[in-house]
Design a protein around this ligand. Structure first.
Ligand SMILES: Nc1ncnc2c1ncn2[C@@H]1O[C@H](COP(=O)(O)OP(=O)(O)OP(=O)(O)O)[C@@H](O)[C@H]1O
Length: 239
């Protein structure tokens, strides 16, 4: 198999004296959707925060596109081609939808390229085009999540990392957001996400990793994890 685009190896992270990750390893290949699942406190968000420089890695390594990026500062990560959609639909509420998107292209100095990127996001999310002049704070929760995802696409990233993209959304928008993530993969994007909605996430994931108390517990294709009795009992509510 080709080398992973992102390779997280034996990650150890502590908050102060409390260790929360104990040798976690995760690979993401170009063109894949990979999900990290696990109960509250398993360490899912900490893994992605370590990748994007928001928490310090004490053991192990992070490699992106063959380069050791362990403990690269957060402000450098977007220039590598890695963008992040934080938990909680974070948008600039007073700014219009269009201006929110422009903010996502902060590294792009060419105004024409910025406009082209905005147009590409509008094609992906026609609903955002309809509401382009409105303040982001007036959008519904699902639309704000579309906007947060659209903003992360503005730099044409090689990897998009999403923390709980479906959290707090109505069932209708959960469907829409997951459909959009699948559409992004079909366009060749690479996605790594953390999801509490494990069954839905695994359905559209090429591969998944189940964490337990800061350790790797299961790693397999999405389909095989969904079919695994132990995974179903421990992570999918026994369904
Ligand atoms: N800033 C912090 N300071 C101290 N402890 C933290 C901090 N952030 C997270 N933790 C602890 O680290 C552990 C892992 O948290 P993390 O948020 O990575 O888990 P998670 O699997 O993403 O769960 P959740 O879905 O609840 O966010 C938990 O015990 C949590 O309480």
């Amino acid at each position: 198999m080709t080398k992973p685009l992102l390779s997280i190896r034996d990650l150890g992270v502590s908050y102060g004296a409390v260790q929360v990750l104990f040798g976690v390893s995760i690979d993401v290949h170009a063109g894949e959707i990979v999900s990290i699942i696990g109960p509250n406190g398993a360490g899912k968000s900490t893994v992605i925060k370590a990748v994007i420089g928001l928490v310090e890695v004490q053991q192990g390594s992070v490699e992106f596109d063959g380069r050791d990026t362990t403990n690269y500062p957060a402000h450098v990560i977007p220039s590598l081609g890695v963008t992040y959609v934080p938990q909680g639909r974070i948008v600039f509420a007073q700014m219009t939808v269009s201006d929110n998107l422009e903010m996502g292209a902060f590294l792009q100095r060419d105004a024409r390229k910025r406009r082209e990127a905005v147009q590409a996001v509008f094609e992906q999310f026609p609903r955002l085009y309809e509401r382009r002049h409105q303040p982001a704070g007036k959008l519904s929760g699902g639309e704000q999540q579309m906007l947060a995802i659209g903003r992360a696409l503005m730099l044409n990233p090689r990897l998009v990392i999403l923390d709980e993209p479906s959290l707090g959304l109505s069932p209708k928008y959960v469907d829409i957001i997951f459909e959009q993530l699948l559409a992004l993969k079909q366009q060749g994007r690479t996605l790594l996400m953390v999801e509490q909605n494990a069954a839905r996430a695994l359905e559209l994931s090429d591969r998944g990793y189940a964490l337990e108390l800061g350790h790797n517990r299961f790693a397999d294709t999405g389909a095989r994890l969904l079919a695994n009795e132990d995974v179903r009992r421990m992570y999918l509510g026994g369904a």
